[in-house]
Write a protein of this length. Sequence first.
Length: 530
Amino acid sequence: MMILTRLSFNIRITALLLFKLTGILLVSFASEIGRYNNGASFAVMLIAVLFLGLASNYGESAVLTFVQRYPANIVGAWSSGTGISGVAASLIFMGLTSAGLTEQQTFLVSTPVCIIYWLCFTVGMVAPHKVLVATRTDGKTEEIIIHCLDEDEETHIPMLREQTLARDDVVSVTEDYEIKMIMNFRGVSWRNSPAIRKPEPAKDDSEEGDGLYNPCCRFLCGCCSPTNGLRRWWREQGPDMILMHNTMLWFFFNLAVVYIAEYAAQLMAPFSFYCEPEWVDNFWVKNSYVVTQFCYQFGVLISRSSLLIVQIPYVGVLSIIQVINAICWVIQAKLLFIKSYDKKQQVNMSFILFAWMIFIGLMGGASYVNVFYLILQRSTKMRQKEEEEAVSKYLAAQGHDMGDHAAGSQHRDAAADMGAEKKLHATEPILADMAREHSDEMTQPSGGSDTGRTEPTHAQPYQLTVDNADMTDAEREEIEQIRRTLNDVWAARRETGMNIGAMYATIGITLGNLVCLVFTNTMLNYETNC
């Protein structure tokens, strides 16, 4: 998740497509590949699950890091899509198996969905990009996409403009760039993103200067030479990982807890319905587990689609509720306190469990979407604070009076909060949102430089701190360079935060499955379910 962070998003999604197709095909033909030997077929299935799990977790991480370049509330759209996929998958599986298709045929039918997913990202999805508009000799215009770090714009854009003007078919090129929404296949570079140049930390003679700040890091990397790739990677990524992990730990912890609880609860479902062998002809009895999974996904869909309506800052409450749900479902699986020996009454009671599972989905989905939204919100405020401190420090060093800085800071914080609240409920286009990113809680361009930023004339974050008339051109240029550098740095940090969140979600899913495995093999009776 946190390696190959400069790899093109188009390549990441293409790799995801290949992993997914490989896993589905291995699952579908596991028996044939294993030559109908149970042991060999099981080994093939394990490999298939490995590919599918890798595709799922890496895909979630990749898309979440890509989403950070949009306004923070766009994470609600992504979360809603994940909820829709769960509901659709449950309905499709239930419908195809009820229609008489084998599980192998059902898996094979789903393969076109992987290709559709790839097309949706590369062709159907658009993102904001900086472009120069060139006019050709035939009168048509051409958009020249700018791929560079914000801090490199002053040198890269003039060079790109000169290269474009040198073409025989180009008459003119705009002086300044524009921000336009362009589909990812063309707009997102297929090459690796340029590395962000970070200031070197001051070295302490009493320290080794190897960038390994924690004892566990020294244990893992201590045997490596200072020039080893692992140490070099840690020197580059470690400080940002530690910063984002420590500042967002409460959100990450709650995300993991909710996942542990909800997976432990939903995997108790096969053992939570009382059943007699002669009842299996009833649809609700026969498909109780599939219906339960549909109910869970339905609840997830509703809550993950609710961000524009309601935001829940107290995610810890959701975690507590979900843990209580999990404990109650384990008790239900063990004792079957919701049951009846009468078939009709048992079917009616099954709907209590179905409704309960919808509630579990609601809690889990609400935690997911609000945690990632809060991560983006907090990182935006941290970036604004760091930018403000850096500019204030620079201006103070230049001899400017910063006495009104504190008042200006409070005024800007209040204005930013009001702007974020208004924007959350607005339905304006993404492009218009991006054009106000420095006065709202807009996300900054990706560390790979594929996204755009606004014209400097739109951003006036320091007008309350010092009068622009008192600044020289050199000071204005330095302030703009500070902002550009922090744009790049914080885009990478937000990607790191989203990656860590996806990692904690994976840890929660894994531990939830382990909890279920322990309970099903130590506590539960298998005779009371069909």
